[in-house]
Every structure is written in structure tokens, then in C-alpha cells.
Design a protein around this ligand. Sequence first.
Ligand code: CMC
Length: 430
Amino acid sequence: MAETIANLQIDGKDNPLDIVESSVGNEGLDIRSLRAQHGVVTFDPGFANTAGTTSALTYINGAEGQLMHRGYSIEDLALHCSFLEVSYLLLEGSLPNAAELQSWSDAVRVHTLLNEEMKRFFDAFPRDAHPMAILSSATNAISTFYEEYHNPGDAAAVRESAIRLMAKMPTIAAWAYKKSIGQPYMYPDNSRTYVENFLAMMFGLPVHRAEIDPVIVKALNVLLILHADHGQNCSTATVRFVGSSQANLFASVAAGMNALWGPLHGGANQAVIAMLQSIHDDPEATTESCIARAKDKDDPFRLMGFGHRVYKNYDPRARILKKYADDVLERVAGDDPLLEIAKGLEAAAREDDYFIERNLYPNVDFYSGIIFRALGFPPRMFTVLFALGRLPGWIANWKEMSEDPLTRIARPRQVYTGPAPLDFVPLGDR
Ligand code: CMC
């Protein structure tokens, strides 16, 4: 933060602004002194043009459709790494060597069990409870077993909490699913890898050890990596926001999960399948009618899985997934008519002026649901899978926030538009 390159004139007065330097991409204009010096605040609904922080985790070039974590392209990471390796990269700052990866995997492996009391917690939900509600509640609930690890200023306690969250989240996610289908909760099997273990808890039974298809393990590994982090998206910003009050890591992550659940964010993957299914099942809901509805400003319907706040080009994660969808379907599930409908919808949207003018391309959620479905997951679990993938990104952002000396409690301003001071009228005179 040094050189002044911008000068903002307000009421004829100069206000030189410092630049917050970036390593790549947009630099920041430091507007911190504006209100104190000139009595104005910046106005930016949805924070579309506002950086609340610096971050060394993830770089997105929305115009080019480029994504990298700690300098590595998402394409390389998805092709060459395991999900735990990428998690280590995000949390520790560099790719692990073999010994570091082994010790990180071992640390996660020994914490996969949930406290037995948690079974009663899962039992208490209605059978048809949405698994995202269970996921965030259970994340908050497990914090009660580890209160001595809540101090954000205690690096060893934070590390322990991070490991516990990474280790227990697959167990929580699988139990949320078992609850919904009335099957017994499966204990983790620490002889398995992270992804295998999750699949075994999802699809195994006490009477039948699940045989896990390596093709499915590989596909889920890639999917989790593609979701691992994505800058200051709504859920990550929520995690930072909540954490900025020095709320503990579990509470902050649980809040992020609730933000993720919304259909404009991670909930879009479930909504995409519902949209594709309706085109498949309902003769009145065609590709053309969906496109027409999405363009109609009097209709709240949006083409789910399309558009992105940052990408004004093809989302690189969607590009990887589109290629991957054909491959996975061919190897594990055969044809899926929804994939053909999705491709048809994409082709139609990409030729339509409305979508071309607004740079609306498929995002990560457009093809992920089709693959999750092919791997055997029901649509209500899709956003849970997104959360499982995003977990290392949330934790890494929370850590970066709590270690940053510039962090202050998040507290945006507003431009007040209510009444000016009024004379009070006593109740009897109104
Ligand atoms: N269908 C139809 N029109 C759209 C869509 C869509 N999916 N997305 C954006 N638009 C239009 C929007 O109506 C607006 O038009 P106009 O300029 O005429 O008012 C223009 O495009 C810009 O949209 P915006 O709402 O200002 O963009 P945003 O950055 O605020 O919202 C978004 C981004 C992702 C919420 C939005 O594109 C959307 O609602 N997409 C559908 C939901 C979805 O797929 N969400 C997943 C996002 S990616 C993964 C994740 O973050 O979880």
C-alpha cells in the first residue's frame, strides 16, 4: 500500500487514494478515509465492486475464465492431485511432499468418528429433513464437544479444529443421508482413503461392506477439488464475516453452509436437475420455453446453472465437468437423457442474444449435478457435496482472516433512506 494513483474529487476537494497492490489482476482503491474526511460512504449493493480483504488463496480471471489456487491452475490440480492434497495446499500454502501428505492424511484419518451422543442429535430430525439443514446444525452441534479449542488466537487449537472439521464432515454428510432413507448410520473405516470412506458410509450397510468403484472415487475426488475454493463468494464471505466477530471456526463454517444452501449459490446444483427433469417430464417445459422464461423480466425464473458474478466467460470448472460428464456416464451409468437436455439448453442459450449480450455461460453447477446423479447421489445431497468440497476453502479463508492484522469486525455502512427526525406523537393522540 503506497503509491497514490487515483484522485477522487468531492465538492471540488481533492482526495488522493492509495492503491492496494495485487500480485495479479485488479488492484484496490483504498477508500478507508473517505467517510472520515468527506462524510461519504461508497455504495455497492452485493459488494460487486468491493474487496473486503486481500487474499493469497485463489485467483479468478473472470474475463478469461481462469482459476488458480496458490498459483496452480485448477486444471492441473484436478488432473494430478487428491482432494486432501489440494486441501493441504489451501490450508498450508504449498503443495505437500509425500511425507507431509502422509502426515496430513493420518491426522485427518484419526478424527473421523463423531461423538456417540451425536446419534441422538441426528435421530431428532424429521425423516424428510433437508440434509443441508442437518449438515449446518450438526457442524454447530459438534462445536459443543470441543469448546476448549474455540479460541481463534490459539494456532494449535485452530489447527486441531480444522483437522476435526475435515475429518468429521464426510461422516456428518453420510449420516444426514442415512437419516433420510432410514438406514443405520455407518461408522467410518479409517483403513480407507478420504473419498472411499465417505462413499462407504453413504452406500454401505452393516450387513454389506460396500465395494467402492475406483472410477467413482476418482470422479468424486475431481468434483471435490473443483469446489474447494472460489474467492469471496457468498458462503466464504459469510464465514469471514461471522469469524470477524471472533466466533469460533465451527460456528463460522456452519454459517457459511447456510449461505451455500441458497439456490443462487450452491443450491443451484439441485435446482439445475429439477429444471432438467421438468423439461424431460413435462411436455410444456421445453428447452425453448425455459429460455423464454429466463429472458422474461416479469418471470422470476432463471436458467439455473447459468451466469456468474465473476466469470464473464466459460467457468473453467464447468468446462472440465462437461468433458468429464460424458466420460463418467459412459463408465458408470450409461446414457442420461438429462445430459442431452443440458447440452441442448446450453447450445440454445449460447446462440441467444440475451445470453450473449450478458455473457451468461454455464457455471460449475450446470454439469455437476448430472455427474453426482450418475455416481448415485440423490439431488437433495448435491449441495452437501458442494459443502464437502468447499470446506477447506472456508477454513483457509477463516484462518487467513484471523491471522490478518488488518482484520476488523465486518460492519458495512448503509445509506439511510428512512424518515428524517419526526416529532413523537403519544399513543393516545395517534
Ligand atoms: N438466467 C437468466 N438471466 C440471468 C441469469 C440466469 N441464470 N443470470 C443472470 N441473468 C441476467 C440478469 O437478469 C441480469 O439481466 P439485466 O442486466 O437485464 O438485469 C444480468 O443477467 C446480470 O445478472 P445479475 O443478477 O446482475 O448477476 P449477479 O452477478 O448479481 O448474479 C448469479 C450472479 C450467479 C446469482 C446469477 O447469474 C444467477 O442467478 N444464476 C442462476 C443461479 C446459479 O446458477 N447460481 C450458481 C452460481 S455459480 C456457483 C456458486 O457460486 O454457487
